[in-house]
Design a binder for this molecule. Sequence first.
Ligand SMILES: Cc1ncc(COP(=O)(O)O)c(C=O)c1O
Length: 376
Amino acid sequence: MSFIPYGKQWIGEEDIDAISETLRSDFLTTGPKVAEFEKAVAEYCGAKYAVAVCNGTAALHIASLGLLKPGDKVLTTPNSFLATSNAILYAGAKPLFVDIQENGNIDLDLCEEALQNDPTIEALYAVHFSGNPVEQEKLESLKAKYDITILEDCAHSIGAEYEGIKAGSCTHSDASIFSFHPVKHMTTGEGGMVTTNDEALYEHLKMLRNHGMVKTPDMKPWEYEMRELGFNYRITDIQCALGLSQLKKLNDFIERRRQLAQRYDEAFADHPNIEPLYRYNGRSSYHLYVVLIDFNKTDISKEELFVRIGERGIGLQLHYMPINRQPYYRRLGYGEESLPNMDRYYERCLSIPLYPKLKVEEQDYVIENLKELVGG
Ligand SMILES: Cc1ncc(COP(=O)(O)O)c(C=O)c1O
């Protein structure tokens, strides 16, 4: 059996054909495939507009420049990849870390308390952690009551659906972002996207993606105008050809992830030491399958488990170390917040292999080895 990582892409011959076709075409970058991919993702999520960029971090960066002002206070989660709160810093704004609930998502009731206590808080960045969407009715009510800007980080959650509301539809938010890194549900190698229903924001983001530059029909043929400081965050036609081909298979990929997640749920149902972060709920699109293990009750430490299961050809990951306790954040004055749920979660969480190409025999091998090493 070859090494079983925690996550992995699935590239088929049709993906390779799609890329080859683009390589043989006139456009390698910013050709028809970029617009086609944007339209297809916007339609898939049910958003009006989409702007494709070179990675999810770039998507967060331009979205943050479009949504935030320097000095804005932004509620966000410590349980995410660094990129989520880093983007708040890129915009000169100030992340405020809020504790998580039992399912690993930001606690929106605590967000409400913070908004009540501090009316100068401007925004909320919520991550649908592991693919499991945050409560949309709470986003709706926070937006209505406190008139805040909301960004949904959907890097884990393309295809997730919360009572008819698709991740990325921006039904109760101003913008959403996606990542198409190979461990995510579908890939473009590296790639990202912002979706929004706000036309002005859409136009602004397109400009930021391309050096803050515009070219209008009334200009001379060689002219362009730089209206603000932007970036080269363009994605290529080659990547978007891959994205379009992957998107056709996305629902199958998600279905497969859900089936595997349910098999894990069953396997750990009665286990005294291994508890799924949440059980199948029909909403999550399962970027990750996270288990909680109380290492106070096991003979093996978390570190030993990583090493020993790795020796048996199984890759684990940990999502995530609390962002607020990173050295860089400590230098900015973070790190001593009281976030007891996050700390307790961090002690216990582990992500175990989950990807559509994972075979049932491989999954059984993971289950068997995890149970044996953890004991109980
Ligand atoms: C929640 C979250 N947001 C943003 C990103 C950034 O995406 P990218 O790696 O494409 O820059 C990631 C990547 O892992 C992520 O997990």
